[in-house]
Design a protein around this ligand. Structure first.
Ligand code: ATP
Ligand code: MG
Length: 528
């Protein structure tokens, strides 16, 4: 196959086989100074292709060329030595090391184990400033950051090194719009300087903004490479889904799963928060959750949204205020000290960081979905009723279209989006009264996202109280009946999802980051 002179990287007839073939005869070319988007459904092979280029996996067949020469990285180190670097889909930081140590990890042991803290910090600051993260304290442990900030630190870490070919595997899944703008500025600068970038994303709007060309993978086959400018969304969806699929949403916009106007008024109060707070995370939250209602929570990354959900779920404890529950007629003050207590009270949490907190990666799909449900699936003899588990799990996996060989397959063999679906399936099986979702659409493709949104709406229709945190305004509005906004840990607004505008949400998001916030009580606004 002819490779153009401007080609930075080319793959020829690349094959990869795990249990089944995952990549088949892939001829992919990346030019210098090009941002090349890689698209395709969950499980299509995007991460696998990039993992091979980055030296994480070795191909089963075919070859790679870098700047015209044979390129066979046997490890990440090999790839990095050749100037190929990847920001992985799953976070790859050391949670207990500080931001500075993570950023300068390679330099850490250089001088006989003596670390110059001052230099380290200065280098870290420089790397952080590139992504406008000047306000981050480089001495903080990475574990103290939310997933969005961790993602940015990861990107900063990779950009701090010299790079010829940069791979970003869904870098924006946990980022807010201003952070995405910042990242795109960086990418532009890299493009100007001749770096080649492979950019994986499920978001069409981003691709059209940032990419020069788009390649589409379907079931491990590269079905097309086209100029981004010329590619309309209908055609892209058609390429990704293949001829067999119909009824795929044709635009980036997600239709609201059920008619907003016809929705019944919210039901009884399922949970009441009174002056609920956790030092350093959020404070003075007064709020009611209703049965049959989806409550959306907006705000910037780090505003305290994830922390609030975690405290409701008992994963972290609140240290001020309390919860009141209908079970005791709202007469008792509750604070959960563990998820076990929260689950007993009927509350479940679908976390955003599936790797760190959600899944037992080396265990089977069936095990991961039925976790927590096992005691109820015992039959009269005390033996786990396998048929019941299997039936339930198969059904959920079918509904969510989890791409799998069998239910016995370990979760770490699934693609990122399919792992997310397993996590969601687990909580759907639980049948709790209150379900909290943290970024449910993160990393799943457009079809799966719509499915998940439908399932969330169905939960509400069945009388559950549902809470959804999402950084994507579109998703937030598509899902919610009511939206609240957290700003710097405080309740900065409450809106009807049918009438609220993006400007309303943005204004509320920034409210308590401005000067003079000390000691002021949040003025909660309700739209008419
Ligand atoms: N270690 C592994 N063992 C077995 N199968 C694997 C392994 N890693 C990936 N696969 C399979 O390879 C296929 C492609 O996965 P890959 O992660 O490349 O998909 P992807 O396009 O990145 O999807 P997503 O959008 O969900 O991230 C999937 O069907 C997945 O189950
Ligand atoms: Mg992937």
């Amino acid at each position: 196959m002819h490779t153009p002179p401007s080609a930075l990287l080319a793959t020829r007839g690349l094959d990869k086989q795990f249990a089944a073939p995952v990549l088949r005869g892939v001829d992919f070319t990346l030019n210098r100074g090009e941002i090349h988007a890689l698209m395709g459904s969950n499980g299509a092979g995007k991460s696998t292709l990039c993992n091979i280029i980055a030296g994480i996996h070795q191909p089963s067949g075919g070859s790679l060329l870098l700047e015209g020469g044979r390129y066979q990285p046997a490890s990440i180190r090999d790839a990095e030595a050749a100037g190929v670097r990847m920001v992985m889909q799953e976070l790859n930081l050391f949670p207990n090391l500080s931001i500075a140590e993570n950023l300068c990890f390679r330099q850490l042991g250089n001088r006989a184990g003596i670390i110059n803290r001052h230099t380290l910090r200065a280098r870290a600051r420089e790397a952080l400033a590139r992504l406008q993260l000047d306000d981050l304290d480089p001495d903080l442990p990475v574990a103290a950051l939310g997933v969005g900030k961790q993602q940015l630190v990861e990107i900063a870490r990779v950009l701090a090194q010299p790079v010829k070919l940069l791979i970003l595997d869904e870098p924006t899944a946990a980022l807010t719009d201003p952070q995405i703008d910042q990242l795109f500025l960086q990418l532009d600068a890299l493009r100007q300087s001749g770096v080649g970038v492979i950019y994986i994303s499920h978001r069409m709007s981003e691709i059209q903004r940032v990419a020069d060309r788009v390649s589409v993978l379907r079931d491990g086959v590269l079905v097309a490479t086209e100029t981004a400018r010329d590619l309309d969304i209908d055609r892209l969806v058609h390429l990704m889904a293949g001829p067999a699929m119909v009824h795929v949403p044709a635009t980036g916009a997600t239709p609201r799963p059920s008619g907003a106007k016809s929705r019944p008024p919210p039901g009884a109060v399922a949970l009441r928060l009174e002056a609920f707070g956790r030092r350093g995370a959020f404070s003075d939250i007064n709020l009611e959750l209703h049965r049959g209602e989806v409550l959306g929570i907006g705000g910037l990354i780090g505003a305290g949204r994830t922390e609030l959900l975690r405290a409701l779920f008992g994963a972290d404890s609140a240290d001020s205020g309390w919860l009141r529950l209908p079970a005791d007629g709202f007469s008792h003050r509750h604070r959960f000290r563990s998820p076990r207590q929260a689950i007993a009270a009927g509350i479940g949490l679908v976390v955003e960081d599936r790797k760190g907190q959600g899944l037992l990666l080396d265990k089977s799909i069936a095990m991961n979905i039925s976790l927590g449900k096992l005691p109820q699936l015992h039959n009269g003899l005390g033996v786990v009723d396998d048929t019941a588990i299997t039936r339930n799990c198969e059904q959920l996996c079918d509904t969510l279209e989890v791409k799998r060989d069998s239910l016995a397959q370990a979760v770490n063999q699934l693609s990122g989006g399919n792992q997310q679906k397993v996590l969601i399936a687990r909580w759907l099986l639980q049948d709790l009264d209150i379900v909290l979702f943290d970024e449910p659409g993160r990393g799943v493709d457009a079809r799966a996202k719509l499915r998940i949104q439908q399932l969330i709406r169905e939960l509400a229709a069945r009388g559950k109280a549902v809470v959804v945190v999402s950084s994507e305004t579109e998703e937030l509005l598509a899902l919610s009946d009511r939206v609240i906004v957290l700003s710097n840990g405080r309740l900065a607004g409450e809106f009807d999802a049918n009438t609220v505008t993006e400007e309303d949400l943005l204004a509320a998001s920034f409210r308590y980051y401005s000067q003079g916030q000390q000691g002021r009580r949040p003025a909660v606004e309700t739209s008419p």
